[in-house]
Ligand binder design. Structure first.
Ligand code: M6R
Length: 608
């Protein structure tokens, strides 16, 4: 989604900001721009499309400045266009603003400003901000006071960076429900909505909190929290971020690279946590809430998209291993429900980015309920990681492709560990599952070694318009995740269904042009899934089956079979995930799509 980069210091701010915008490209965007202030005043550059277009436009003019803000925009209000791209400015072109989030009362503010003589050229909500600052700057003694007064008028969610030609030595920033960090260098400061944008320069960061307003110069940062009316000189924290992992290496794109990281992902999610030799699960992130965890009698999982499907797997895992009842809600729905909540309930938020607006809102909703708030998060230091009482990091490393792959595998692995932890050893599966988690990276590698076969099958089906994914028990959430992956990167209509539901409706769609991807792994339920496959075949529907190595029974029945190594039911999803991810990937590449940047999607959904 939208990205913000800013710089103030001695270096070429233009180069820093352009480099930062390039680092944010993975998030998805439709236009990009920057504004700078120097002795000659202010200047704005914008381009629709890729950041390299902006780089070319800026480099033809070689502007010099030590105070620059930049933005990648993912359209919410108004189409992707030059006029709607950020930075937005006031009528005199002296105040420049970039903004992530949504100003909910922008229409009312625009009317107010129009009545005061202000003109608007864009369809964006953002354009009210520089004009509102301008309006207050004419009445108040300083830009800082005007900036704060403007923030007092806006309702919604925002991360904002602002600069003015009247203040060539100051960068202003503010956040409410949208991430923003200040990077600390030597006599210089950086600003970013995602640390990935500034990691090439510094790993020392100050996290801004909700209602913080930061006044930033090369040497100093002053933070004023408007809600608590508190001033602070915040300390920088060291960010744990591996730049190497964010590079492509020899892979053609991040999606394939990240799918191929599955074995390493399982290893790092379990490292030092799944101690098979000692029959122990050690989750350091939960240690400060061990006392509270003993009294938990219900867990509500909230998440979106792929993380929601991991949550559904978590429901099976936690209920089976620990006996604690679990409910899973889409965070976007959970926010608006009115359900009873007891003190014995824990809320567990699952998020790769740690910045998903709906999941953050779900956590905020229970803020005053006195319930334990837990997180399974991949992005270290992200908003969700910081607002939960305790949690377990996924340790999957940066995930750059919009379609989540390795993070899903890490989330599911962590959920298995949490389920084992909550079981207190009172399940006969405790030791076998720990042993299996140990063996799993090698089995994940075996699935990857079969990528050539998955590619050949994917290419055979690449021109179909519809797809059905079916499975039972643990394979049911995997069917939904398989369908989501295919939709996202290949734009093929796909649905994930519980195999047992086929006769209750979906069977009506089946014909020779409507293939089914059946997850038919060895299990006590296999016979039932085979019956569903037979019903599909009887109606002429092509079937690709995901089967267990060594079980040849599906070869007669199905059109194509992909084999997975034998593993426990509880660890099957991690192997099935690799197969459905590769299947979606190879269909999308066969159709010629940019898998890392699917149309209309963003990596981190920071608005509702
Ligand atoms: O960062 P989060 O895990 O909170 O993101 C949730 C969803 O937006 C995300 O999983 C989305 O569905 C992915 N594009 C799926 O591949």
């Amino acid at each position: 989604m939208c990205g913000i980069v800013g710089y103030i210091g001695q270096k070429s701010g233009v180069d820093v900001v352009l480099g930062g915008l390039e680092a944010l490209e993975y998030r998805g965007y439709d236009s990009a721009g920057l504004a700078l202030v120097n002795d000659d005043g202010g200047q704005v550059f914008k381009q629709v499309g890729r950041v390299n277009g902006l780089v070319d436009a800026v480099n033809t003019e070689h502007p010099a400045s030590n105070l620059v803000i930049g933005h990648t925009r993912w359209a919410t209000h108004g189409t992707p266009s030059l006029v709607n791209a950020h930075p937005q400015s006031n009528n005199q072109q002296t105040i420049f603003v970039v903004h992530n989030g949504i100003i909910e009362n922008f229409a009312e503010l625009r009317e107010r400003l129009q009545a005061a003589g202000y003109n608007f050229t864009s369809q964006t909500d953002t354009e009210v901000i520089p004009n509102l600052i301008d309006y207050y700057a004419k009445q108040l003694p300083s830009f800082e006071a005007a900036f704060k007064a403007a923030l007092g008028d806006v309702h919604g969610a925002y991360a904002i960076a602002a600069i003015s030609t009247d203040e060539p030595d100051t960068l202003y920033a503010a956040r409410l429900s949208s991430p923003l960090v200040i990077g600390v260098g030597e006599q210089e400061h950086y600003l970013a909505s995602d640390p990935a944008a500034i990691m090439a320069h510094t790993k020392r960061v100050i996290y801004l909190e909700d209602y913080d307003v930061a006044v930033i110069s090369g040497n100093d940062v002053d933070v004023h929290n408007l809600k608590h009316n508190r001033h602070a000189k915040p300390k920088a924290e060291l960010l744990d971020y591996d730049n190497e992992q964010a590079l492509l290496g020899d892979f053609p794109n991040f999606m394939l690279k990240e799918i191929f990281e599955a074995p390493a992902t399982i290893r790092s999610a379990t490292l030092g946590r799944a101690l098979a030799d000692r029959s122990l699960v050690k989750l350091g992130g939960l240690e400060n809430v061990l006392g509270q965890l003993k009294y938990i009698d219900r867990i509500v999982i909230v998440a979106c998209g792929t993380s929601y499907y991991a949550g559904l797997l978590g429901e099976y895992l936690i209920e089976e291993l620990s006996g604690i009842p679990v409910e899973v809600h889409m965070a976007s729905e959970f926010k608006y429900r009115d359900e009873p909540f007891s003190r014995g309930t824990a809320l567990l938020a699952i998020s790769q980015s740690g910045e998903t607006a709906d999941t953050i809102a779900a956590l905020k909703k229970v803020e005053d309920y006195g319930v334990l708030r837990l997180g399974i998060v991949n992005a270290v230091g992200s908003t969700i990681a910081r607002m939960t009482d305790a949690g377990v990091y996924c340790h999957a490393g940066p995930e750059r492709a919009v379609a989540s792959s390795k993070a899903f595998i890490a989330q599911t692995t962590v959920l298995a560990l949490i389920a084992l932890h909550l079981s207190n050893g009172n399940t006969k599966l405790f030791k076998p599952l720990l042993d299996e988690l140990d063996a799993l990276p090698a089995k994940a590698q075996a699935v990857l070694d079969n990528a050539g076969r998955i590619k050949a099958i994917a290419e055979k089906y690449a021109r179909h318009r519809d797809f059905l994914f079916i499975g039972r028990q643990y394979a049911y959430p995997m069917a939904m995740e398989g369908a989501l992956k295919l939709k996202e990167v290949s734009y093929i209509h796909a649905e994930g269904y519980a195999a047992g539901e086929m006769k209750h409706g979906p069977l009506a769609m089946i014909d020779k042009d409507f293939p089914t991807f059946a997850i038919a792994i060895d299990s006590p339920l296999l016979e039932k899934t085979i019956s569903n496959i037979q019903e599909i075949k009887a109606r002429g529907g092509p079937v690709i089956a995901l089967a267990t190595q060594g079980n040849k029974s599906l070869e007669q029945l199905c059109d194509d079979v992909i084999y997975l190594p034998h593993t426990m039911h509880e660890t099957q999803p991690m192997l099935q995930a690799i197969a459905v991810q590769l299947f979606a990937y190879y269909i999308a590449t066969a159709r010629g799509f940019d898998v890392d940047h699917p149309r209309n999607l963003a990596k981190s959904v920071t608005v509702e």
